[in-house]
Design a binder for this molecule. Sequence first.
Ligand code: APR
Length: 247
Amino acid sequence: MNDLILTAAKIVKESISTIALTGAGISVESGIPDFRSAGGLWTRYNPSEYAHIDGFRHNPRKIWRMIFELRDMTKNAQPNPAHIALAQLEKMGLLKAVITQNIDNLHQRAGNIKVVEFHGNSERLQCIYCGAEYPADEFMIDDEPPHCKNCGEILKPSVIFFGEMIPQMALMESQNLASDAKVVLVIGTSAVVYPASSIPHIAKANGAYIIEFNVEKTVISPTITDIFIQGKVGETLPEFIEAIMTL
Ligand code: APR
């Protein structure tokens, strides 16, 4: 057993309030590429064109072509052992909430109940003109951009594009969870996109322990991270749960 994992397990076992902040790295082993690693989505699609709300408004068809391509990649994605590990941690009463930047719904499908969707969820579509919301499956049947049944305008996935506000509820809930947290598990995120990236900083400022799980160091590793556990989370998180169970 990795000593760092054992130390982290002891800390979480004793913690009265542990939260997790997850990023795209937790879903890579489910077959969903992340954004900024080599070969990541932003190395193939320019985010200022494809992930900004102004770009969507300017040329929705172009953005929908990317969305359909990604959907083919992700529609068979299943929760991987890392997602399952966080669901087990919640079931053990040792994880208060997952704050996820991901839109793939894999935490919910793994069984986590308390999931704060910081960047929305791709299972729903919404009309940027009248605000009507719809289940994505109902619409994404061919490669034509879907239209609102209410006002006829083109729909967008209910995910937060650059240039859009984080849902107020998600933001407030995450900030409150971070302020009260004794431990934050920072999992599979480059921790560079604000305001999600502020979560571990808020917690640290309130005396929390920061335990980071990633294949490589990030911007927070040398600054606020207390324990850095290197490796693929599909392996390190199940090992972490196993360690907790031995305590
Ligand atoms: N195990 C552990 N860590 C991994 C793995 C893995 N198998 N695969 C990748 N990672 C790590 C990478 O090293 C990187 O630090 O996951 C992180 C993914 O970082 P990003 O691609 O930047 O994704 P994320 O942090 O979620 O991006 C935040 O940016 O573009 C926006 O809205 C988008 O929610 C996203 C936000």
